[in-house]
Design a protein. Structure first.
Ligand SMILES: NC(=O)C1=CN([C@@H]2O[C@H](COP(=O)(O)OP(=O)(O)OC[C@H]3O[C@@H](n4cnc5c(N)ncnc54)[C@H](OP(=O)(O)O)[C@@H]3O)[C@@H](O)[C@H]2O)C=CC1
Ligand SMILES: [Cu+2]
Length: 460
């Protein structure tokens, strides 16, 4: 594999001009893994270590020198050492003056120290340009090449040029740099690896709450009500009927919640007349977990498909069907084909199939391996246009399915409307507001406000 990649690199045009030497302090797990990756990408690497004995673990093309000697050989020095050992760097302050120091360190606890490790490093070596990077990439992933999940490298620093140089290296390693601003952002970046599934927390919590709510709602309407009024035991609904109601409802609501922050943001921008003011914190966080919300919605939609496919083999359904046939036979009366029902049933099925197909397409295009292969405009097109089309189809699917029952008073039990009716509230709000925003009198000023904003990948 090594041989292959060096062959490919020999063909690549940009490797012909020699890359600059990179110095790495610390020959621990991370220093070695990063060094290995850098050498693979064509960078000469020199390690700065307490012991210049070269162990067999160190990449064979790399040099190992004392800290001072190694630092003199490069303009960029990666500090792959734990924060508590940083103090020795003060004695190297003179050599490190004017150099770019890359802090990769992590902590064991959130907000462990009053200042971030990167800011601490900047205080220790005031003459150096400190850049925070690489801390969210694990040594193991670097070494094994399983970087799919953590291709993003958050970068921050006060010196623009230094930051740019580090971002160029990140790119050269085949990773994606994300500029997070000044060194003040380091604290937050250092907390990222300690947060468990930060982007998934809100979507999962929300879907758990909604599931619980709709479960009890359907339980009351479909099981308890029938028991109290008709003395019928429908408790078996808990197994398939109620889940198959919760799943489409959650899929629809969560999908609508993917697009709700977008329309809220548009309203806020229109109201403020500028994009150069931060959104409220909750909206920012909501925007950043839209992809996860969408994927949870897709999971519910897929479950709905599975639950629906088993309907014909359910005992209850077969029993109901045969008893209808028998009762028609006993009464010697055949029910005529009701054209309205045929149309309603076929169209909600068709809408469901198309909606689910687009839903899956949306899910596939959100995978990093696919989205990395389309450009930003194509990605926006798919996620926004296709997304709204999916929302429209799924809303219509739900509307047609419960549509004929919405207006009839008999469908209310204990004044509680059909659960599908509740599920339509959020999607209808999103679609109506979106429709209003399309009108030129709103769309034109919004486009002007947003010129350039669309390209900010943070809100993808
Ligand atoms: N492991 C990982 O997956 C990741 C690690 N990081 C960060 O990278 C840094 C290094 O981590 P990791 O490689 O795992 O840790 P290791 O313990 O494997 O390596 C740390 C290295 O620091 C050097 N060191 C230790 N004590 C001192 C000291 N008193 N003075 C000078 N140098 C010292 C040593 O290098 P030598 O013997 O050559 O002097 C040692 O090998 C940490 O800040 C960590 O938070 C960030 C992202 C992921
Ligand atoms: Cu459905």
């Amino acid at each position: 594999m090594n041989k292959n990649s060096s062959n490919i690199m020999a063909l690549a045009p940009n490797t012909s001009n020699k890359r600059e030497t990179i110095c790495i302090f610390g020959t621990g797990d991370f220093g070695r893994a990063l060094g290995h990756k850098m050498i693979q990408s064509g960078y000469p690497v020199v390690f700065g270590s307490r012991s210049t004995q070269k162990s067999s673990l160190i990449p064979k093309d790399a040099e190992v020198l004392s800290h001072a000697e190694a630092a003199q050989k490069a303009a960029i020095i990666i500090i792959a050492i734990q924060r508590q050992h940083y103090n020795f760097l003060t004695s190297l302050a003179e050599i490190l003056h004017g150099k770019v120091l890359v802090d990769v360190s992590n902590n064991l606890k959130i907000n462990q120290y009053p200042e971030s490790n990167a800011e601490y490093l900047a205080q220790l070596v005031p003459g150096a340009k400190v850049v925070k990077a690489f801390n969210t990439v694990s040594a193991w992933a670097l070494q094994s090449g399983t970087l799919d999940a953590s291709r993003q490298v958050f970068v921050c620093g006060d010196d623009m040029e230094a930051k740019q140089r580090v971002m160029d290296i990140v790119r050269a390693l085949g990773l994606t740099p994300l500029d997070q601003g000044s060194l003040l952002a380091a604290q937050e970046i250092e907390n990222y690896p300690l947060q468990l599934f930060p982007m998934w927390k809100f979507p999962i919590l929300l879907s758990l709450c909604l599931t619980a709510f709709f479960f009890f709602y359907c339980l009351i309407r479909d099981v308890i009500y029938s028991y109290v009024y008709d003395n019928k035991d429908f408790s078996f609904f808990i197994a398939i009927s109620i889940p198959n109601r919760i799943c489409p409802i959650l899929a629809l609501i969560l999908l609508a919640l993917v697009y709700l922050p977008g329309v809220l943001a548009a309203i806020i921008q229109l109201y403020r007349g500028t994009k150069y003011r931060r959104f409220p914190d909750w909206l920012d966080k909501w925007m950043l977990c839209r992809k996860q919300l969408g994927l949870v919605a897709l999971a519910f939609a897929s479950l709905h498909v599975l639950y629906t496919l088993v309907i014909p083999i359910r005992y209850f359904v077969r029993w109901r069907m045969s008893s209808q046939i028998i009762s028609q036979a006993l009464n010697n009366k055949t029910e005529p084909l009701n054209n309205t029902y045929v149309w309603l049933s076929d169209s909600y099925l068709a809408l469901g199939i198309l909606g689910f197909f687009l839903f899956v397409l949306l899910g596939i295009t959100s995978l990093p391996s696919v989205s990395n292969n389309v450009n930003w405009r194509e990605f926006r097109f798919v996620q926004s246009k296709l997304g709204y089309l999916t929302l429209i189809l799924c809303t219509a699917h739900t509307l047609v399915y419960g549509g004929n029952r919405f207006l009839s008073p008999s469908s209310y039990r204990w004044y509680l409307p059909n659960a599908y009716m509740l599920s339509l509230i959020v999607p209808c709000i999103v679609l109506v507001v979106k429709l209003v925003l399309i009108f030129p009198c709103l769309d034109k000023p919004l486009t002007r406000i947003r010129q350039g904003w669309e390209r900010n990948p943070q809100y993808s």
